[in-house]
Ligand binder design. Structure first.
Ligand code: NA7
Length: 581
């Protein structure tokens, strides 16, 4: 299965203008998705000698690797972008309500070109490991240049020596390959492709296709390909609720209104919980009459977007089990109204609470009314093997396929660190430590024992719209670096290190867990809690308190002299969970 398939549309490879042997820098950014691009830009603006590397052949991160048909962001297009450049916000196209994967990738390439960032970037470069050198107070980052592998030449190995290591590895990066006998052994004679490592050359038209998984990726790919394939079998273990996205072009009048409102829109986004740009309701579900609840839910269904349905009509759907159950009944009625065959509808209808990452679709349920599209219940009859001709299920049926699509998700958040070996003080390995003791992380950006390692949206960052979350995180770590540099200049002694205290890291991680436990999300096993990866510790990897409160915490940490970071940078105290300035 290809990890990073080549795309003829990838731009020609460039390398940083620094000589090859000059790998002694102020900072290295690992990853060139939304987070890495902005981190590189912010640090370069500050005059740091910085480069960014990426395993892929181009920028984009998630939006480069997830090039499957139907991939779409479910945030309003005009808010699924950076806010730091007012002119770009205003002038860059927002053709429709949502952005497709090619549009997001094009946007990111445009930003990179606009700020001439490619000259600081090196692609097809894998960070294999990094080790903190206590003597020099620098990270030694071992890298492998994989660009020559395709030509059969020897891969290059080299080391960056940097003061700051900024990991922008992405929240959803590492694909999960299910443990189905025969899959990894490669016995299937057809093609296997994972949505998170999609080969753009893959053609599904006229093929007998099987899709495993019906999270966001599965729902999107199924909806996009159903019309053109010869047959489609969708293997469904735990169906999820999906709400129409209701995509449509934005009119010039709407675009003009958005442009005029941008400052206020971003202020609302930054103060809100989700940062999605819709008004989040403060109305409790059971405080509203049954007739009004139905009317509100109908309006939300028609207006579209799963996140908006979950948070835009009522404030307590993710905390009040009775309210949630009532909305589940509403959503099940909607599925029954669309899907003609009751047996198929049963396979597609969830019985669990509406408490996973909400999905949005472009007509998912209706695809199952096509005679050649089948919902296969693999909860009752699990998949037992991948065979030469296709998939075998426990009832003995063999589903013959030409192409098998794995829409089986990600080893999310801390999972992005599984393939890199980052050794901090005492040679402790970051991912090994997280597996041993849980994914503790202070404010999603710093880990005790790992000085000057700055994570962008690492574990325990807020669950929110990615671009404003990314900007929040990057600006915080940029300010940390500025403070560390200023402290070094002021003391005139050893370089000031940025390092979370164990107590602050523990307190923030416990606060994240306690916040998550108050929500129904904690009861529905999903990637957000590590439940989709066998052997992973079941715990929250996100802060469910909201982007606004998260930003307030970061502001408080800064205002209180970097509380929770070690001296001499910080005051080494512990940020109280409910403290206010
Ligand atoms: P998700 O949401 O983790 O979904 C993965 C899907 O794959 C889910 O339906 C799983 O079923 C299914 N799956 C995984 N392994 C198997 C096996 N062995 N048999 C049957 N089904 C299986 O990943 P996505 O990529 O869709 O979305 C992740 C996030 O990306 C999304 O929330 C957005 O934020 C963007 P299960 O539910 O475990 O029964």
């Amino acid at each position: 299965m290809p990890q990073d398939p080549q795309d003829p549309q990838d731009p020609p490879q460039t390398h940083p203008q620094t000589p090859d042997h000059d790998h002694d820098l102020d900072a290295l950014v690992v990853g060139t998705g939304f987070a890495g691009i902005y981190a590189l830009h912010a640090l370069a603006q500050d005059g740091l000698r910085v480069q960014a590397i990426d395993r892929a052949r181009d920028v984009g991160g998630t939006w480069y690797r997830n090039r499957y048909p139907g991939a779409l962001s479910d945030t309003w297009s005009y808010l699924y972008r950076y806010s730091f450049d007012a002119e770009l916000l205003r002038d860059y196209p927002a053709a429709s309500r949502y952005s497709t994967q090619p549009e997001v990738l094009e946007y990111l390439r445009h930003v990179v070109a606009r700020y001439d960032l490619r000259r600081h970037m090196r692609f097809e470069t894998v960070m294999e490991g990094a080790a903190w050198d206590e003597t020099s107070k620098k990270w030694r980052v071992r890298c492998r240049d994989i660009s020559k592998t395709a030509e059969g030449k020897e891969e290059g190995q080299y080391t960056y020596t940097v003061r700051y290591l900024v990991t922008a590895l992405g929240l959803l990066h590492e694909p999960v390959i299910p443990d189905i006998p025969g899959l990894k052994e490669g016995v299937f004679q057809g093609e296997v492709v994972h949505t998170a490592a999609w080969d753009p050359q893959t053609s599904l038209a006229g093929k007998r296709v099987g899709v495993i998984g019906v999270g966001s990726s599965g729902v999107q790919v199924v909806t996009a390909i159903a019309r053109t394939v010869a047959s489609l079998h969708v293997f469904i273990r735990r169906p999820q609720y999906s709400v129409p996205a209701n995509d449509r072009p934005l009119t010039p009048t709407e675009r003009a209104a958005i442009n005029a409102a941008y400052p206020a829109l971003w202020a609302d986004v930054r103060a809100s919980h989700l940062g999605m740009g819709f008004a989040e309701s403060s109305r409790k579900f059971l405080a509203v009459s049954p007739a009004d609840r139905e009317r509100i839910l109908e309006t939300l269904w028609r207006e579209g977007n799963g996140l908006q349905l979950m948070f835009g009509g009522f404030s307590d759907l993710t905390t009040d089990a009775a309210a949630n159950a009532a909305v589940c009944r509403f959503l099940r009625r909607k599925i029954a109204a669309v899907v003609a065959d009751p047996r198929t509808a049963r396979v597609l209808t969830p019985q669990e609470p509406y408490a996973r990452r909400p999905l949005s679709d472009a007509g998912y349920y209706a695809q199952f009314n096509r005679a050649h599209v089948h919902a296969v219940d693999v909860r009752t009859h699990p998949i037992t093997a991948v065979e030469a001709q296709g998939l075998r299920t426990a009832d003995g049926t063999l589903y013959e396929l030409d192409t098998l699509v794995l829409a089986t998700g990600f080893d999310a958040l801390d999972g992005s660190y599984a393939r890199v070996h980052i050794q901090g003080r005492d040679a402790d390995d970051l991912h090994a430590r997280w597996r041993r003791t849980g994914s503790a992380c202070y404010l999603g950006c710093a880990v005790a024992g790992f000085p000057n390692l700055l994570l962008v949206s690492g574990p325990m960052a807020a669950f929110a719209n990615v671009p404003p979350l990314t900007e929040t995180n990057v600006e915080f770590l940029r300010d940390l670096i500025r403070a560390a540099e200023a402290t070094t200049r002021r003391t005139g002694g050893a370089p000031c290190e940025i390092e979370a205290t164990p107590a602050a890291e523990r307190a923030w991680t416990a606060h994240c867990e306690a916040t998550a436990r108050k929500t129904l999300f904690a009861q529905a096993p999903s990637w957000m809690f590590g439940a989709n990866v066998p052997g992973k510790r079941p715990a929250s990897r996100l802060y469910f308190g909201g982007l606004g409160p998260f930003r307030a915490k970061l502001a408080e940490v800064q205002a209180r002299g970097w509380v929770g970071f070690k001296e001499p940078l910080g005051t080494a105290g512990v940020l109280r969970a409910h403290s206010h300035l």
